[in-house]
Design a protein around this ligand. Structure first.
Ligand code: TPP
Length: 491
């Protein structure tokens, strides 16, 4: 009741897991803190997945959970559970308020908890004593804005092994657009003779960096030092191929990842300021590494690969795209490496914890906050999983959701272990013959479907131009899709 008094936009979402992901999406897409407020008990626990994602994706998410006074916990009262430490391992700050203490004391606890909010989640736990519905204290809108993103010149100590490296490699991981544009500094480092590797989630155009996932050509040049900046990155083979390379990890806070088992130096610095300083301070090496992309075969036949290739070319510049975990984010990587996307598309994905549990909610929250044209590309299992995403009180933003229905978790057909096991169909892929139609309509999406390329091409324009929240469910064959993916570079 008190929060409703604030002059802020808000949305009411029934399922707390979805609500927290809406707030996460709003924070991701705007770079501004967003907060979610819920009742006590298991409601609060359902914020967990979004909190973990915000922690690893370095997103300013504030979760505020109501609680009961300590004396009531464990004593048989409804909706009262032990909730003071529920998110502890995945927070950058927390405040346990005390309803017996003076307002000033609680205000100081809140101020301290919010100090680190810029790069991760903060939990405020608020015990409330009865009466609950009277005496609503007026709230003043505080200063939850992020600090200005103007870059302060920073003294960056380049470690000796990087300064003297002959073939240094910079890997730019997931990059939030609000951190600043990484392209000028990346181009400067390339000009100085650095190798650069990135993915679409780094917000760089594909010709500014090497794409590692499939081709690994740069690694043949044997980097003698690797510097990582930004958030997580998807390319698994490249991580393995870089094992043992002396590594300098830079980021605003812990944990700084030791991805190659050879961490030699760690520096706490803001991503953009560090990248800018690195570009300025790195010595020029008098060499240029040219990109060495392997071109894939032309795709024939209807498959996930054909569908994704078609979408990649069709996404208009200026759109935000959310790539669901599982195969969509991997297709995005591959097609980015092939230079298929227009410039000016912002790429997002929940790669912090890589869950499939809140992807529709994240995209809805993102579009709700930015009001930019937004597309979510997701598998059908991910869409079904987050079936509470659209159960919101106010109308949904006009999000476009492209659901690739390949009748199960296609990713497990790509992986040798599950493929070879007798458990593929049931335990890994969850093979099924469901449609997302009833779930989509239940959530308030307009629903369309396409069974082949001709139907897809017929529907695409109407789909992206629809003024309502719309799902386009496109059916593909899982085996044809597996064959097309595995043969994409030829036999
Ligand atoms: C919350 C959660 N549970 C389980 C997983 C493991 N998982 C990864 S991908 C996947 C299947 C996703 O299937 P779908 O959304 O249809 O995408 P596709 O693999 O077909 O691209 C599962 C269950 C996960 N990442 N997150």
């Amino acid at each position: 009741m008190a929060f409703q008094e604030l002059p802020l936009r808000s949305q009411v979402v029934l399922d707390e897991r979805s609500a927290a992901h809406w707030a996460l999406g709003a924070a991701i897409a705007t770079g501004t803190p967003a907060f979610a407020v819920c009742t006590s008990g298991t409601a609060a626990l359902n914020y967990g997945p979004a909190v973990a994602e915000a922690f690893y994706q370095q997103v300013p998410l504030l979760v505020i959970t109501a609680d009961r006074p300590a004396a009531l916990i464990d004593n048989g009262h409804g909706q009262s559970i032990r909730q003071t430490r529920i998110f502890d391992d995945h927070l950058v700050g927390k405040g346990l308020l005390d309803c017996e203490a003076p307002l000033e004391w609680n205000a100081a606890v809140i101020d301290q908890a919010l100090e680190a909010l810029k790069y991760g989640p903060v939990h405020l736990n608020v015990p409330l004593a009865e009466p609950l519905y009277e005496a609503v204290a007026p709230l003043a809108a505080g200063s939850l804005g992020v600090q200005s993103s103007t870059v302060e010149p920073m003294p960056l100590e380049i470690p000796d092994f990087v300064r003297h490296a002959k073939r240094p490699l910079l890997v730019v991981g997931q990059w939030n657009p609000s951190w600043g544009d990484p392209e000028p500094a990346v181009r400067e480092l390339a000009r100085k003779g650095w190798m650069i590797a990135a993915e679409p989630l780094s917000q760089l155009p594909h010709d500014a960096a090497e794409h590692l996932e499939d081709t690994l050509p740069m690694l043949r040049a044997e980097p003698d030092a690797v510097v990582t900046l930004g958030g997580p990155w998807v390319a698994k083979k490249a991580k393995a191929a870089l094992a043992g390379t002396p590594h300098w990890a830079i980021g605003p806070r812990e944990p700084l990842p030791d991805m190659f088992g050879a961490l030699r130096a760690r520096t706490h610095a803001e991503h953009f300021a560090a990248l800018t300083a690195l570009a300025e301070l790195a010595p020029a090496l008098g060499q240029v590494f040219t990109q060495n992309q392997i071109t894939a075969k032309e795709v024939v036949g209807w498959s996930d690969l054909k569908l994704h290739s078609t979408i990649a070319k069709a996404i208009p510049a200026g759109w935000d795209v959310h790539w669901a975990n599982s195969t969509p984010v991997r297709y995005a990587n591959f097609l980015w490496g092939q230079g298929r996307f227009s410039r000016g598309i912002r790429h997002f994905s929940n790669r912090g914890a890589s869950g499939i549990d809140g992807m529709t909610s994240t995209a809805l929250g993102a579009m709700w906050a930015t009001q930019r044209p937004t597309l979510l590309v997701t598998g059908e299992l991910g869409f079904l999983y987050d079936g509470g995403a659209g159960i919101a009180y106010e109308a949904l933003p006009a999000l476009k959701v492209l659901v690739v229905n390949n009748q199960g978790g296609q990713i497990f057909q790509w992986l040798d272990g599950p493929r070879a096991s007798s458990q593929l169909e049931r335990h890994f892929a969850f093979r099924h013959a469901r449609s997302v139609r009833s779930s989509a309509e239940n959530q308030g999406f307009t629903y369309r479907s396409a069974r082949d390329e001709a139907e897809f091409r017929r529907d695409w324009e109407a789909f992206v131009n629809d003024s309502a929240a719309t799902v386009l469910e496109v059916y593909t064959d899982p085996d044809a899709s597996e064959t097309a993916w595995k043969g994409r570079f030829g036999a």
